[in-house]
Design a protein around this ligand. Structure first.
Ligand code: SAM
Length: 370
């Protein structure tokens, strides 16, 4: 091969590489069509119907929903108490991702003075507002009739600070229940939601919430021989395994036809680091199982648990010889009764399927320390 032929080929190669790289950079200039997950999430929650107690009690996850509600009640109640113990009066609260207002009664019970409810799903926010107005009418201006503002906003993109009726409002608590994982799609979304949660907290104020535990999800995925795991009441499906990016690690959560929306893994050490940039220190992070074991020891929490029907009585409908269906679902409870060896012992439990779903979640508490 002659020198001339060599240099021509080199030039051709260089040109080809330049052309390829130009093509690539042209392509990267064409905006990719982004899937608007947030819109899907809003539509999904807007479509969810509120059903009455009778219909709810027929659901396979009736007790699990009550159990989750109990976890939130205890968390909210204890946080309100801590703020009061620190000498604060006239508490202000931000409910970030308030949904249809499932926690309004908890805030009334806490005797707060002002509540801001924000959510991306406009119909949910309207239902939350009318629930609040009903509650207020019924309380006839008694104690518990706190003032409230309702904001429809994508809290991963918009700053709530621009929308408050009281422009200089400061919060004692931001509560973010079963919501924060929607923000971990990208760093900027996760950071905006965190900023909304923390930037208006008073010194000593709390950011509390519940979210799936990424370790638990990945552990179960790795144990599964497919890309999904679950049971009759829930199913989690990933798109890949082995690599878990810090942001945008998407999975689908399907819960008894109640939920079927994309969610994102929240790598907790990263959340902790991001939160520290807003002066937040982690106070506690507990799996639901740990939180339950600790709180159920206190009689007032236990009484509330019974009042809220957060556990199913066993033996109950499942008394007598187990049918093929409940054999496995209540084996743990049956074995516990057998071990206790006392005739007539009754206990509270969740079905195995419900517990497998509930035990994915964790409770977190951050406090503004600087
Ligand atoms: N916190 C409520 C509760 O515990 O009853 C509702 C929880 S629900 C599982 C999740 C809520 O997060 C939905 O109401 C949904 O609309 C809201 N959400 C999801 N993404 C959001 C976003 N980007 N901005 C604001 N709210 C969002």
């Amino acid at each position: 091969m002659d020198a001339h032929g060599d240099s021509t080929r080199k030039q051709e190669n260089l040109l080809r590489r330049k052309r390829d790289s130009d093509d690539e950079s042209q392509q990267s200039k064409i905006p990719k069509r982004e899937v608007d997950h947030n819109k899907n999430v809003a539509n999904h929650y807007n479509r969810l119907q509120e059903v009455g107690l009778a219909a709810r009690s027929q659901s396979r996850i009736f007790f699990m929903r009550n159990f989750n509600n109990w976890i939130k009640s205890v968390l909210i109640g204890e946080t309100v108490e801590k703020v009061r113990d620190a000498g604060q009066r006239n508490l202000s609260v931000l409910d970030l991702g308030c949904g249809k207002g499932g926690d309004l009664l908890k805030w009334r019970k806490g005797g707060i003075a002002h509540l801001v409810c924000a959510d991306i799903a406009d119909i949910s926010v309207e239902q939350c507002r009318s629930r609040y107005e009903d509650m207020r009418r019924r309380s006839h201006g008694d104690q518990g009739a706190f003032s409230a503002q309702f904001i429809t906003a994508d809290c991963t993109k918009e700053l709530l600070a621009d929308k408050y009726d009281k422009p200089d409002v400061k919060f004692d608590i931001c509560s973010c229940q079963f919501v924060y994982h929607y923000s971990f799609e990208s760093e900027s979304k996760a950071d905006t939601m965190l900023r909304n949660a923390c930037e208006r907290l008073k010194p000593g104020g709390f950011f509390i919430g519940t979210t799936p535990d990424a370790y638990e999800l990945v552990k179960r995925l790795e144990l599964s021989d497919s890309l999904s795991f679950g049971n009759d009441v829930f199913k989690v499906s990933f798109q890949a395994r082995g690599e878990y990016p810090l942001f945008g690690c998407q999975y689908h959560f399907n819960l008894d036809q109640v939920l079927d929306v994309p969610e994102f893994l929240v790598y907790f050490p990263l959340l902790e680091r991001m939160a520290s940039q807003y002066g937040m220190s982690l106070v506690s992070k507990q799996r639901f199982s740990e939180f339950f074991s600790e709180k159920v020891k206190l009689s007032h929490h236990r009484n509330l648990m019974m009042k809220m029907l957060s556990l199913e009585e066993f033996p109950g409908e499942h008394d007598g010889p187990p049918g093929p269906e409940d054999k496995d679902e209540y084996r743990h409870a049956r074995e516990h009764c057998d071990r206790a060896g006392q005739a007539g012992i009754r206990l509270g439990t969740l079905s195995r399927s419900e517990w497998e779903a509930a035990s994915i979640y964790l409770v977190f508490v951050f406090q503004k320390t600087s």
